[in-house]
Structures are given as structure tokens and as C-alpha cells.
Design a protein around this ligand. Structure first.
Ligand SMILES: CC(C)(COP(=O)(O)OP(=O)(O)OC[C@H]1O[C@@H](n2cnc3c(N)ncnc32)[C@H](O)[C@@H]1OP(=O)(O)O)[C@@H](O)C(=O)NCCC(=O)NCCS
Length: 200
């Protein structure tokens, strides 16, 4: 499998994957209004490809809360034929590691707490998404200790890269590289190399 940074020419293929994975009308959600007219964060929008086809994708946008830069994670989608194999978790860990290395301090998303809590996301009590958003689905993660302390209020569109950390200091690969995402076993070990399950 190949890990690639999303390029402009990938846009429509990623959109098709999102359309396949989400209910119709996804772009009517309030989180999309925070993305309209704002460039996604380069270096964090990642794809997993197998045999030339996109199997999974994740995107990030910059937003602001209380005047502070925040990463808005999402959407993330895994092709229905590849769900439950660990691709989503692998993309989450890879992109969050990159975000930390880029100097981002905090990340938020709107999603299912039972899934995202495994990556450390917790409900953001004092952060308000534009309505209509279920407040229980507004989740955050600190990439630097204490980064969400005192960061409160409505989520606002980012006005530009001046709100983001210094991306220039990050080494940018640009190309794809081979990776082997594997679902983590409950004991934390990778399942790579384990016997294949018996499908009977
Ligand atoms: C959600 C999604 C990104 C997860 O990626 P994935 O590669 O299928 O998931 P992983 O293999 O990393 O993890 C699978 C685990 O997550 C759980 N899981 C998946 N979606 C979940 C959800 N919405 N709520 C709670 N748990 C969820 C599975 O039950 C499984 O649990 P287990 O490890 O205890 O068996 C993917 O299933 C997907 O694209 N779904 C449709 C689009 C979507 O819902 N995106 C997220 C919006 S909140």
C-alpha cells in the first residue's frame, strides 16, 4: 500500500470516496462552512492507495477558536471494502504525528466519541460549532500539553496561513512511500505476521 499526500489532481477521487462513505448531503453540515474558500492544510491531507485506487483518505483544515489556531480534522473515510482493517486508525496516527511535528498545538473534530476516544479525543465543553451541531460530537485533542486550556468560544473560519504554525520548518516529502498499515491487536502489538483468520 502507498501513503501519499493528497494533490490537487486527487481532489475528485477523494470526493467520490467521501460520497461513498457518508450519507447524502454531507456538505450541508456546518463543518463544511468552516472549510468553504479555505485551503486544506498541505502535508496533512493523506491518502492510502492500493493497486492505484484510493482505499482511505483524511483531510484537515485550519480554523480558529478564541483567536488561536486549531486544526479541524476531517473528513476521514475508508472504502467500505477496507473498513475495520486498521486503515482509519493508521491514518489518524500518521496525520496526528505529522501535525505535532509541524508545530500544531491542538486539533478538533465533529464525530463519534466511541471511535475517536481511542486516539485521546475528549468532548470540548467550551467550544461551540456553528449550529446545528450536537455538542457531544465536538471533540478535541491536545498535541502539546495544556493546549486546549483557556481556548474557548465559537469555531471560526481561518483567515489564512498566518494563523497556522510555521510550516516552512517541516521537511516535505511530497512523494508517496510504501507502508504496511496493520490493525493493532488489543495488546497493542501489530497484527502483521499473525496467521490469517479462518474465514471457513
Ligand atoms: C470511521 C472509519 C474512518 C474508521 O476507519 P476503519 O479503518 O474502518 O477503522 P479501524 O479499522 O481503524 O478501526 C475499527 C474499529 O473502529 C470501530 N468503529 C468504526 N467506526 C466507528 C464509529 N462510528 N463509532 C464507534 N466505533 C467505530 C469498529 O467497530 C472497530 O472496533 P474494534 O477495533 O473494537 O473492532 C471508517 O469506518 C469509515 O470511513 N466509515 C464511514 C465514514 C465515517 O463514518 N467517517 C467518520 C465520521 S465520524
Amino acid at each position: 500500500m502507498e501513503l501519499c499526500e493528497e494533490k490537487p489532481e486527487d481532489w475528485h477521487e477523494v470526493e467520490a470516496l467521501m460520497d461513498l462513505c457518508f450519507a447524502p448531503g454531507r456538505t450541508a453540515l456546518s463543518s463544511y462552512r468552516l472549510r468553504d474558500g479555505v485551503d486544506p492544510v498541505r502535508g496533512l491531507c493523506l491518502l492510502l492507495r492500493a493497486d492505484g485506487a484510493i482505499r482511505a483518505a483524511i483531510r484537515f483544515w485550519p480554523v480558529q477558536v478564541g483567536g488561536q489556531p486549531v486544526l479541524l480534522l476531517g473528513p476521514i473515510a475508508v472504502h467500505p471494502t477496507a473498513q475495520g482493517e486498521g486503515l482509519g486508525a493508521w491514518l489518524m496516527q500518521e496525520s496526528l504525528g505529522r501535525a505535532r511535528a509541524m508545530g500544531w498545538a491542538r486539533v478538533m473534530l465533529v464525530g463519534d466519541a466511541p471511535y475517536y476516544s481511542r486516539f485521546g479525543f475528549q468532548k470540548l465543553e467550551a467550544v461551540e460549532m456553528p449550529p446545528p451541531t450536537n455538542p457531544d460530537r465536538v471533540l478535541g485533542l491536545e498535541l502539546q500539553p495544556g493546549a486546549w486550556i483557556g481556548v474557548e468560544g465559537p469555531v471560526m473560519r481561518a483567515s489564512g496561513l498566518e494563523t497556522a504554525p510555521a510550516h516552512d520548518k517541516v521537511e516535505r516529502a511530497g512523494d508517496c512511500r510504501d507502508v504496511e498499515p496493520r490493525k493493532e491487536a488489543p495488546d497493542g502489538r501489530s497484527q502483521a505476521g499473525r496467521p490469517a483468520p479462518d474465514h471457513g
